[in-house]
Write a protein that binds this ligand. Sequence first.
Ligand code: DC
Length: 221
Amino acid sequence: MIVAIDGPAGCGKSTVAKAVAKELGFYFLNTGSFYRAVTLAHIERGGDCHDKAACLETARSVSITVRDGDICLDGVDVEDRLHVPAVDMNASIVSSDPALRAVVTDMVRQVAGHMDIVTEGRDTTTVIFPDAQAKFYFDADLSVRAARRALQEGGGSDISEVERLIKARDENDKNKPVGALKAAPDAIIIDTSHLTIREVCEKVVSVVRSLQEGVHGEVIG
Ligand code: DC
């Protein structure tokens, strides 16, 4: 079974997807980490993130795998290097190229294989796994998302600056020619602004469990 969650930065999808995966015993797959890993590899090679052909070459030449939930680049665990500011800023640019997106989409599908997964990103419900059995789109007020991000960053960040960066990233992610951030027509939309992580998890898990029961019922019946 595939449970796919899309939404903008700071809407809570990573935290919830991880917790839901744990609760259901599913594999957690963060698709943004793949774009971040390609971006990191490109930066470390001294590449220009605006050079589409060079970024594509990097994407085609790296091996991205997942070990114990951590992203590995050519076999080396790089999970703790994926959230540095240079990667934050450039991943949105690098992920704008449709050709590069096709490469990453293939990588993600290969890693997912035939496992039961909870995955999250921007186009998991629309492009990567359009046939996912459970689809969600999370959203939250910009101010709430910025406050959450600032807290994740240790609480010392200037909220208005965090808000400005998130807004710029949202704009870019919503206007991509392919894989733009949008709600799939059959996605369940959850506004997480005033919900706790637990409450959002419960909603998702209850939808998945009812789907599992439905599937089970069909098999038996
Ligand atoms: O979710 P995140 O912030 O880790 O994602 C990093 C970047 O990758 C972000 O700018 C959006 C982009 N992304 C994407 O274009 N498609 C996805 N399925 C996941 C992430």
